[in-house]
Design a protein around this ligand. Structure first.
Ligand SMILES: *Cc1c(COP(=O)(O)O)cnc(C)c1O
Ligand code: SF4
Length: 350
């Protein structure tokens, strides 16, 4: 294929629909409560938590929340609560060791063959359990230097055969900017696969527009798109359409979820997530144990309960609908599968 010529995708001077919807996200917890018919005073909203990591949620995602339900599983993922401000031993600012690994270029190289590119610090939604709440990723990312440092790091290492676009959310970047990156990556002969980690097709499905699909369809590598949905209710007809469009480009579409207390910590919720995802054309990939990030302790599910849920899920579902239950451990060579401790040591669920 010809890689030397200019990209056929040109920047669009008029703001696109997804960018308007992005800007129109709700940022005020009291407005969110009002939209859901909830009394803000009974929600335990924390202004201090919101000041530390702002509320941000697209209106289309709010439309999938149940009105009048303070325990709605989608609401819980985005609402700043008093519980976040309680100190919790063992919950730190850099739970997965990415601070040091990030080394300024925006390339994180922890696992064999794979280079993860912190493409941007932006997201359309702010998830309360995310390690991003503590990082100035807006300054430390690969796009900031016009990709040049990241490209040089990847080109210099023939051991890298897969590039993972991550963030933040890489699809928060304009498609022309993504195309500039992949045009340059196409000149690096050892790249064999491209992967994208993105929550946008779920939280702002309008992002999967014709221009993005055209870019994906024209890439010279097999592509995996790993979505992030934690609950079946995050899918609606707009998400279905976005996934269908991704699959039409030939991409393999997977999902990773985080096990979250009060959101998806039941076998019914996890089974429904796998089944609803599959109906949309998505296969489950990982179910992550929470990263122990300061402010997220109230979401934690202990390991014994996580293993019990996972075992029940494996009994209930077809094998291909059961995600791998893993934890990220700083210094490991890959995501670590959760395993039962030897019988004598097994902790009891609490
Ligand atoms: C999670 C992760 C990957 C991808 O791991 P897979 O098990 O292949 O999904 C790659 N690099 C880093 C730094 C990661 O955190
Ligand atoms: S979309 Fe992903 S990276 Fe962004 S806040 Fe949510 S979990 Fe974090």
């Amino acid at each position: 294929m010809i890689t030397a010529g200019p990209s056929p995708i040109q920047p669009d001077p008029t703001p696109q629909r997804w960018q308007q919807l992005w800007r129109d996200a709700v940022r005020d917890p009291r407005e969110l409560a009002g939209l859901l018919g909830l009394d803000p005073d009974v929600l335990a909203i924390s202004d201090a938590a919101a000041a530390q990591f702002a509320l941000r949620v697209p209106r289309g995602f709010i439309a999938r929340m149940r009105r009048g339900d303070p325990h709605d599983p989608l609401l819980r993922q985005v609402l700043p609560l008093d519980a976040e401000m309680q100190a919790s031993p063992g919950f730190s600012l850099d739970a997965v060791g990415d601070g040091p690994a990030n080394a300024g270029t925006g390339v994180i190289r922890k696992y064999r063959g794979r280079a993860l590119l912190v493409a941007t610090g932006s997201c359309a939604i702010n998830c309360r359990y995310c390690f991003r709440r503590h990082f100035p990723y807006a300054e430390q990312n690969a796009a900031a230097a016009g990709w040049s440092e990241a490209l040089a790091a990847i080109a210099a290492d023939p051991g890298i055969d897969e590039v993972i676009l991550s963030g933040g959310d890489p699809w928060s970047l304009a498609t022309a900017k993504l195309a500039a990156l992949t045009d340059a990556l196409a000149d690096i002969p050892h790249i064999r696969r491209l992967r994208v980690h993105t929550r946008l097709p779920v939280v702002l499905p309008e992002r999967v527009d014709a221009e993005l699909a055209q870019w994906l369809a024209n890439l010279p590598w097999p592509v995996a798109v790993v979505l992030h949905a934690n609950h079946a209710n995050e899918f609606d007809e707009h998400v279905d359409a976005a996934v269908a469009r991704l699959r039409d480009t030939g991409a393999t579409v997977l999902n990773q979820a985080v096990l979250l207390r009060g959101v998806n910590d039941s076998v019914d919720a996890l089974a429904a997530l796998s089944e609803r995802g599959f109906a949309a054309g998505v296969l489950p990939y990982y179910l992550h144990q929470l990263d122990r990030v300061q402010g997220a302790a109230h979401f934690e599910v202990d390991d014994a309960r996580a293993l019990e849920l996972h075992a029940q899920l494996a009994v209930r579902l077809s094998g291909y609908l059961v995600p791998r239950l893993v934890r990220e451990v700083a210094g490991d060579t890959g995501k670590r599968p959760l395993r039962a401790l030897s019988d004598g040591n097994q902790s009891t669920a609490g």
